[in-house]
Design a protein. Structure first.
Lengths: 338, 1235
């Protein structure tokens, strides 16, 4: 009796949510949607593929290996690790105009910048200009933390192993060497140059490095990396920044310079060229190869035909599948139509 | 506190331990020792009444909780990984970062534990500080104290509507009959009143606690709520035995009794209610067991991958010609050799690939189950309006088992039937009287018998109804004081203003004094009133059209006509049969007015009240299957024993050579037996009623034995039963009753649906085979055309041969060419005795084999223990998922034995519900629970788990493939924080939502086409192959997600984390879109969560990339996503990788037609069209009717011919020489019409 007076208070809420009756869309794709859908996707992919492929084809790339393993290579002499301050020259010729702006890369193979302990071997605080860490670099840098009890700046394995070959490019015009101006500005990430890496606010910069030593493998301290441009020294040296951004894969290229100025703003004209290489970086210890790469870039970056082909293949696959489905459904009738 | 030597303290502690462990405890009153220090207290060894259910203390919370948590293997795995990370040579990430997952999980769990513990602490404190009344010698009265102050040996007074603070031996009550009514709702949920009586030695004496000098000897505390053994030894060595009927249990509420005084025998944690309080049970579901196996596979996979990594590292180092600049030596400039280095790499790889072991899966599964339970309990279709009760889920972690059930074991009474008993027919002295139509005839008989006063002593008609009214344990009441007051007002009208005042302010707490006055007033007035109203009743009766048409118990109990006194009496019976009998007796004018421990008052149709002195009650037990009441007739002063019980238990005990009735008795017995058989065939529950006059001499000699038995401590139950058996002999039969128990609504429909769903339904009942078979037909467990095998044998040997030959027949039946395309519709009916033999170890196999071939099995006359044995045997032998459903205490064993126990909260108390995993209120709810919720829960969870494995493998493999390009050094190209976020935020909500809300087929279709349930049975959707297919798919997808970006960015100047960003993004899209393919029905919630996850990924990653300049050192996430999102290549790479990764999955899902897919097609049609489809489908697939009709002739002659009466089939029975039949039940068999 008492129960009935109370309005059944245990009754569950009769809402669409609690009763699992929310309106639902059931994506049962019928042949009428799937086949045209596949055709459309296929066509779109083929379109993208064609665009990518054509663009990739239009990109010019010139690779010159200068490791010097082969005896007939001009750099064979320099590949001996015992040779110091070796300079070698590679000659090459371009048949047609190499459209600008031309990007000048150096490339390494079999170089594992992504090796885990190598990647950790740096001190981010030191590199952001914190003087505290000039005196006491992070233990992450070990064993490139101290050299004879003096702190190494910049410490760590990455900085220590910085790529130190330098290049000069000459065009042979009527037998004479005409230097091609190389633009070293803005080759690093804007955020690295402006935010992440900072020199200590001490002028002159070399004073900040008092009591520290340069990395073991380096020939010059950090504040003298670029003798030509005082602003391009310390941790915000463009080459240093490019090196510090570790490559994802063992075969990589890194931007060295851009060719954007003077007579070469339109690109490298056809002709003979000579590349003068200050050969310093040893690669035999890891079976590596060194090369320089000239490439112009498009909206899709460097030359890569894979993506265009992949789009074309998948696009055609979609078309083929839609045809197969059409045949199958036509033969066995659509199950919905029974 | 005086100083005591440590030695003495230790001795005392030892003695205390011994005192607690002793089988018998001697307890004395604390009063003589009041005020003495603790060492002198006699009961100091026993725990106090203060309870502490908290697990932790404030100071030790952290260590204890950690200790608790590290019992979980998963946590140890986490800690191991964290420790590995602190070893510099193997760490993969910053050590501090590696601590994050373990810290998050530990602290979340600790917070949950702390909150729960705090709640327990609060409730403990509240309970411990509840006021109660303890007698104090100093004050010479009961003083208000707290529950925690109660100690063993104290005297505690409990007043009306108060909760009993400890287990009390009842020594005194305010009731003149020395009884106390309690409600045990807090303990077992039963709301009917139970009567407890004062210990026999203390009846009717003015009780003074201080004068209590006896020693209470009681057994060691145990958790049995229904047994208690104890005696009180008075100084004169006289022993007064007491049992559970004198014990007030902690947690009970005192009702209808002013106050009661008891002696504390057990306090605090030793009380029966606390001993029973052992938390919720943990069951492990079938899916979870499979899941654990697959986790082990994952571990193996992880080790294999780590080995590959270590081996790769070794080979890579070996192949190096010199020491390259990127190899970092240790601080002393030394480089590890390749073998040592690759050994370290193995551990680094474990750290790197750790999420391959889906630890978060366990947390997600818990969450999913909570969500599933939410939806199950909130289903309005599983809500019962009548009792205002929802479906309850007691076991929180076996929801998915509901979708895999293959065998259902059901109780009959109260489960298939209402358990609302209606008195239908009776047979008195061999004459049959239907209760409804011919009641006049019976009334005439009664009045004739009454009028001839000479025959009053012996008239069987009067005796029959007296027996119905007396021979029971029905409590007459009143129930609560509140209810009583209402009836008072009804009677008194507005004449008594004072009482109506009381009624208005009468809340739950009744003021002691007022209620006592009221009680008294009522008991006075009620007598007056009843006298006053009796004539009117009589008048009506003579008119011939009186309240007799209310022949059903409901009508009688619910009709609230204030004209008849009797209508305001409430009968509170523990068994509904008893209540039905008492109401039936009342309908014929024999009104049970009052029952006290030693008297019963019955009003005869003549209006005369007879007060029988109750000498003893021989309570019902399942061995004797009967109960008796020994009374002294107030007029003849004869000692009369009225016994009622199951027919087979009674018929053996009847007087053999009857000199009084001269053979008439024999006829009576035969006629009654015939009527009983007819009743049983109609599906009525039968009871026999007998009478026996006991001579004074016999009684006195018996009484001695009886008292000895009652005071016994050892084997008390057996001794008491023996004395009962001793008296219950040479009974003379008065008659029999047939009580109808209606089928619950929709039972046939539910059983049909369950069977179509491929579930075998067994009915296990304590009833007679005839009754059970009848119900079987009524609820469509058996069909008319079925071949019914009836097994009732007496000996093991016959049982063996019968099993063999039946099995042979059944096999042949199945192979018979005429039956090739039909399902063998064979049903087995087996009785308890045969079942015991069939379940014996050497016959078990054969029985199970036979049972497997039967479509349905009916086990009759089985005991609770047999029920659970049947369940266990089937479950273990056939390796199937079992479900047991029942409503009574006799089903508890079965419910606990099955994989899933379902309790029906019905008429028989709450024991079944307390023991169950799920509690429903009607049998028909089983249909939706299994077919819809079971199917959903199972498919949802199975798909979710598979998805989870897939997700982890697909993601982790990206890292693994990268190892081939980083010298197997353990580098991650994705920022570690983003990796944690990826699992924690970006991809965690969608699978959980998927597990809670996905709907592959609509509820309507699942109910309409029960065959769909079969997809979950047996191996179901989650099999070995599905697991490996998804793992392979994960490998494929990770290959695509890694190598397409790899090939696209090959030979470029891309840096590590810029390379990782498209990988992470592709992986997110692939993983989420993979889920989108799996999701079958998209609701708003799905869209919000899926799109929200993607949005969250971009928002969080962008924010992180914008904020984190030098945080998390080795990685370099600053401005990476931003720069990537400005690059069209990023989108092109993401697009093609996602499409290529998902193409196979899409195709796998869109082909492969299965019933589920067909059903999903149907689901898209509009409702009316779908109805049509379901009908067509069913007629096409089920074809039950068609097939069965072909089965017109029995396949072999030895399978018997249609027999008239079910149990007796002479042909086969004679052949085998035992009561065994194997026959096809034909139309001749009379089916009752159940409405």
């Amino acid at each position: 009796m008492v129960k009935q007076e109370q309005e059944l208070d245990n009754r569950p809420d009769n809402t669409a949510f609690t009763q699992q009756r929310l309106p639902a869309w059931q994506p049962m794709l019928s042949a009428g949607i799937v086949i045209p859908g596949f055709v459309l996707i296929g066509l779109a992919f083929i379109g993208i593929g064609v665009a990518l492929f054509v663009t990739s084809r239009s990109i010019q790339v010139l690779e010159i290996d200068y490791t010097g393993v082969a005896q007939d290579s001009p750099c064979y002499r320099c590949s001996d690790p015992d040779t110091k301050n070796c300079v070698c020259t590679m000659d090459f010729s371009i048949d047609t105009l190499f459209k600008g702006p031309v990007f000048f890369y150096y490339g390494l193979t079999n170089y594992f910048q992504n090796y885990r302990r190598y990647g950790a071997s740096k001190d981010a605080s030191q590199l952001s200009g914190d003087l505290e860490y000039f005196k006491n670099p992070s233990s992450d840098c070990s064993p490139y933390q101290y050299d004879n009890d003096k702190p190494i700046v910049p410490c760590g394995s990455i900085a220590n192993s910085m790529f130190n070959d330098t290049f000069k490019l000459y065009q042979i015009v009527n037998g004479a060497r005409k230097q091609v101006p190389l633009d070293g500005k803005g080759i690093a990430w804007w955020t690295d140059y402006n935010v992440k890496y900072r020199n200590p606010s001490v002028t002159p910069l070399r004073n900040a490095f008092n009591g520290t030593v340069k990395p073991v493998f380096w020939s010059r301290p950090a504040y003298e990396l670029d003798p030509t441009d005082p602003a391009n020294n310390g941790f915000i040296n463009q080459d240093f920044l490019v090196w510090m951004r570790r490559a994802a894969l063992p075969n990589f290229r890194k931007l060295y310079r851009r060719i954007t100025e003077g007579d070469y703003a339109e690109g490298l004209p056809a002709g003979n060229y000579s590349l003068e290489i200050a050969y310093n970086y040893p690669v035999l210890s890891f079976d590596g190869e060194k090369k320089v790469v000239f490439s112009n870039v498009s909206w899709m970056g460097g030359k890569n035909e894979f993506l265009g082909i992949a789009y074309l293949v998948i696009g055609s696959l979609c078309i083929v599948m839609s045809i197969v489905m059409l045949i199958v459904y036509a033969k066995f009738k659509f199950p919905e139509e029974d | 506190m005086t100083w005591r030597s440590p030695l003495a303290l230790m001795r005392d502690a030892l003695r205390g331990q011994r005192a607690r462990d002793k089988e018998l405890r001697n307890l004395v009153s604390n009063l003589p020792y009041e005020g003495l220090d603790k060492a002198k207290q006699p009961n100091r060894h026993f725990p106090s009444n203060a309870i502490k259910t908290t697990k932790y203390t404030l100071l030790l919370f952290i260590p204890m909780n950690l200790f608790e948590q590290f019992h979980r293997l998963a946590n140890i795995y986490f800690v191991g990984l964290a420790i590995l990370n602190f070893i510099p040579v193997v760490n993969a990430f910053q050590p501090e970062v590696a601590l994050i997952p373990i810290c998050v999980i530990l602290s979340l769990t600790a917070m949950k534990d702390a909150w729960e513990d705090f709640r327990r602490y609060q409730s403990d404190r509240k309970l411990n500080n509840t006021p109660c009344l303890i007698y104090s010698r100093k004050e010479k009265q009961f003083m208000e104290r707290r529950w925690k102050d109660v100690r063993v040996g104290d005297f505690v007074k409990v007043v009306c509507n108060e909760i009993v603070p400890a287990d009390l031996l009842l020594l005194h009550t305010s009731d003149p009959n020395s009884v106390c009514h309690i409600e045990t709702a807090n303990l077992d949920g039963e709301t009917n009143l139970k009567q407890r009586t004062v210990v026999s030695g203390f009846l009717n004496s003015a009780f003074e606690p201080e004068s209590f000098t006896g020693v209470v000897v009681c057994e060691k505390p145990n958790n049995n709520l229904n047994h208690f053994k104890c005696y009180v030894e008075k100084p004169d060595k006289e022993r007064a035995g007491a049992g559970i009927e004198s014990l007030l249990l902690r947690g009970c509420t005192v009702r209808n009794t002013d106050h009661a005084v008891g002696f504390v025998v057990y306090a605090g944690h030793e009380t029966k209610s606390m001993l029973n309080n052992n938390g919720s049970r943990y069951k492990r579901s079938k899916l979870e067991r499979k899941l654990n196996i697959d986790v082990i596979f994952c571990v193996i996979l992880l080790f294999a991958m780590c080995l590959v990594g270590a081996l790769g590292h070794f080979l890579w180092l070996q192949a190096l010609p010199g020491i390259p600049p990127y190899l970092v030596p240790d601080s002393s400039g030394h480089l590890d050799g390749p073998s040592l280095s690759s050994f370290y790499t193995f551990f680094t790889m474990i750290i790197l690939l750790q999420i391959l072991i889906p630890i978060s899966l366990y947390v997600s599964v818990e969450l999913v189950k909570i969500g599933q339970i939410f939806f199950i309990t909130n289903d309005t279709d599983l809500f019962d309006e009548e009792t205002d009760s929802r479906m309850q889920c007691k076991a929180l972690n076996i929801t998915e088992d509901l979708g895999q059930i293959e065998y259902i074991f059901s109780d009959k009474t109260g489960t298939l039937t209402e358990n609302k008993m209606v008195f239908r027919r009776c047979s008195i002295m061999g004459t049959e009287y239907p209760h409804k139509e011919n009641d006049k005839k019976l009334l005439q008989q009664i009045s004739r018998a009454e009028s001839s006063s000479g025959s009053r002593k012996t008239d069987p008609y009067l005796d029959f109804f007296l027996a119905l009214a007396i021979c029971n344990t029905v409590v007459v009441s009143m129930a609560t004081a509140q209810r009583r007051r209402v009836s008072v007002l009804l009677w008194m009208g507005s004449g008594d203003g004072g009482h109506s005042q009381e009624r208005k302010d009468g809340g739950k707490i009744c003021p002691i004094k007022i209620s006592s006055i009221l009680n008294r007033t009522f008991s006075d007035s009620s007598v007056v009133e009843e006298d006053h109203f009796q004539p009117s009743v009589k008048k009506e009766r003579n008119g011939g059209s009186y309240a007799l048409q209310t022949c059903s118990l409901h009508a009688a109990s619910e009709s609230n006509k204030p004209v008849a006194t009797s209508d305001n009496l409430r009968y509170e019976a523990e068994s509904p049969d008893e209540a039905a009998l008492v109401y039936a007796a009342k309908a014929y004018g024999f009104i049970l007015l009052a029952r006290t421990p030693d008297s019963v008052t019955v009003r005869l149709p003549s209006g005369e009240d007879l007060v029988f002195k109750v000498l003893d009650t021989l309570a019902f037990d399942s061995n004797r299957k009967r109960m008796s009441v020994l009374v002294q007739h107030p007029i003849t002063k004869e000692y009369v024993l009225y016994t009622k019980g199951a027919d087979y238990a009674i018929m053996e005990l009847l007087v053999h050579l009857d000199y009084i009735y001269c053979g008439k008795q024999k006829n009576t017995a035969a006629d009654t037996q015939h009527h009983l058989d007819c009743y049983a065939k109609e599906g009525l529950r039968t009871l026999c009623v007998t009478k026996k006059v006991v001579s004074a001499k016999v009684y006195e000699s018996w009484l001695v034995d009886r008292q000895r038995a009652l005071a016994a401590i050892d084997n008390r139950e057996e001794l008491i039963m023996d004395t009962a058996v001793q008296l219950e002999t040479n009974l003379s039969l008065l008659g029999a009753t047939g009580i109808e128990d209606r089928l619950q609504e929709n039972v046939p429909d539910t059983i049909m649906a369950l069977r179509e769903a491929g579930i075998q339904v067994w009915v296990l009942t304590g009833d007679k085979p005839e009754t059970a078979v009848n119900i079987g037909y009524a609820c469509r467990l058996l069909e008319e055309e079925d071949l019914v095998i009836n097994m009732t044998v007496g000996f093991q040997i016959t049982c063996t041969s019968i099993l063999d030959c039946t099995l042979e027949e059944v096999r042949r039946y199945g192979e018979d060419p005429r039956n090739v395309d039909t399902r063998p519709d064979i049903s087995l009916v087996i009785d308890g005795r045969t079942l015991t033999m069939a379940l014996s170890p050497d016959l078990q196999e054969r029985f199970v084999d036979l049972a497997k071939r039967c479509r349905s099995v009916l086990c009759c006359r089985v005991t609770p223990l047999q029920k659970s044995r049947v369940v266990k045997v089937i479950r273990e032998k056939l390796k199937v998922m079992t479900l047991a459903v029942g409503d009574g205490a006799n089903d508890v064993n079965m419910i606990q034995a099955a994989d899933i126990g379902i309790g029906i909260s019905g008429q028989e108390g709450m024991q079944a519900v307390m023991a169950s995993d799920f509690a429903i209120s009607r049998f028909r709810h089983l249909k939706k629970l299994l077919l819809v919720h079971g199917h959903w829960c199972y498919t949802r969870l199975a798909n979710m788990i598979i998805y989870f494995f897939y997700k982890n493998v697909a993601y982790v493999n990206l890292l693994f493939w990268y190892q081939f390009f980083c010298g197997f050094s353990g580098t991650a190209m994705i920022d570690y924080w983003l990796m944690i976020f990826f699992n924690l935020f970006f991809t965690s909500a969608p699978p959980v939502m998927f597990g809670i809300m996905d709907k592959d087929v609509s509820a309507e279709l699942l109910l309409g086409v029960p065959e769909l349930y079969r997809t979950g049975q047996g191996a179901g959707a989650y099999t070995f192959s599905t697991f490996w297919v998804s793992i392979l798919d994960a490998f494929y997808q990770s290959l695509v997600c890694f190598f397409i970006p790899y090939l696209a960015y090959q030979d470029s100047d891309i840096d590590i984390f810029t390379f990782g960003t498209p990988l992470n993004t592709v992986s997110l899209f692939t993983i989420l879109l993979h889920l989108s393919i799996e999701i079958k029905a998209w609701t708003v919630v799905h869209w919000v969560i899926m799109l929200g996850s993607v949005a969250l990924y971009f928002v969080v990653t962008l924010a992180y990339s914008a904020i984190c300049v030098t945080c998390n050192p080795p990685s370099n996430p600053y401005w990476i996503l931003q720069s990537q999102m400005a690059d069209p290549m990023f989108y092109l790479v993401c697009l093609i990788s996602t499409v290529v990764a998902l193409l196979p999955r899409y195709h796998q899902n869109s082909i492969a037609p299965s019933p589920i897919v067909q059903a999903r097609h149907l689901d898209r049609l509009d409702p009316s069209e779908r109805e049509q489809w379901i009908k067509e489908w069913r007629s096409f697939r089920g074809g039950g009717q068609v097939k069965r009709s072909r089965l017109s002739t029995p396949p072999s002659p030895s399978l018997g011919t249609p027999a008239d009466l079910f149990p007796e089939s002479p042909t086969t029975a004679e052949i085998i020489g035992d009561d065994f039949t194997l026959n096809v039940i034909s139309e001749n068999y009379q089916r009752p019409v159940h409405t």
